[in-house]
Design a protein around this ligand. Structure first.
Ligand code: 13P
Length: 247
């Protein structure tokens, strides 16, 4: 059976204390989640220090929401991959559409961040996705394959084997308007095919994933889990979603 990944992207939600309250409520629920589901929590940077000891290298993995491409330097406000590693972080989201839209992330910086994450031993979750305008213009595949190639073309086969991708149509994020599973599946097939070496890469769907629709996504052959915003903020909701991912 395929391994699945359910990653909760908390975005700019929860203080350190609120994050601990989530984890305390969430961990007892994890036992009911099938082992084939890898569970990842991506709290804000400021909560890594409080969440990390609670997870304690156990079943639930720690992720971050962004990373800088240099190890250290004059980059006010930025956090490097070695800094994340110090807190037991194993995954990091790069290229989320909110980073691209509000913080100036480009195809180039997404690539640099991906390379930095891999070099530090982190698993990058490389996010791609199209706007509603691009979708309506029939440019979805051209756009997401361009983003994917820009981030990953030319990486070594060993590095590519450690990459996770996320397809998040921007028009489906936080809108309650999820992408039809068959449509997401078709886009993911194109993503997988556009860079040699991605054949076995996990690809997650993101955009209004909920406990009651995750199974429709993971039933698709190309979809290996979810990158979840809103529905990952409540312990019972995220636990149900992770359990339902397994079908
Ligand atoms: P929602 O699940 O709230 O739509 O957010 C999706 C997302 O952006 C995850 O990274």
């Amino acid at each position: 059976m395929r391994q699945l990944i359910c990653a909760g992207n908390w975005k700019m939600h929860k203080t350190g204390r609120e994050s601990v309250a989530f984890v305390d409520a969430f961990l007892p629920l994890v036992r009911a989640i099938p082992e084939r589901v890898e569970i990842v929590l991506c709290p804000p940077f400021t909560a890594l220090a409080t969440v990390s000891p609670k997870l304690n290298g156990g079943r639930v993995r720690l992720g971050a929401q962004d990373v800088h491409w240099d190890e250290s330097g004059a980059f006010t406000g930025a956090i490097s991959a070695p800094m994340l590693r110090e807190y037991g972080v194993q995954y990091v989201i790069v290229g989320h559409s909110e980073r691209r839209e509000y913080f100036g992330d480009t195809d180039l910086t997404v690539r640099l961040k991906t390379v930095a994450a891999l070099a530090a031993g982190l698993t990058p979750i490389v996010a791609v996705g199209e706007t509603i305008e691009l979708r309506d213009a029939g440019k979805t595949l051209a756009h997401v394959t361009l983003q994917t190639r820009a981030a990953l073309d030319g990486l070594s086969p060993a590095d590519l084997a450690r990459v996770v991708l996320a397809y998040e149509p921007i028009w489906a994020i936080g809108t309650g308007r999820s992408c039809h599973p068959a449509e997401a599946n078709a886009v993911m097939a194109a993503i997988r095919a556009c860079v040699p070496g991605l054949r076995d890469a996990p690809i997650l769907y993101g955009g209004s994933v909920k406990p009651d629709n995750i199974a429709e996504y993971t039933a698709q052959p190309e979809i290996d889990g979810g990158l979840v915003g809103g529905a990952s903020l409540d312990p019972a909701s995220f636990a149900a979603l992770c359990a339902n991912a397994s079908g």
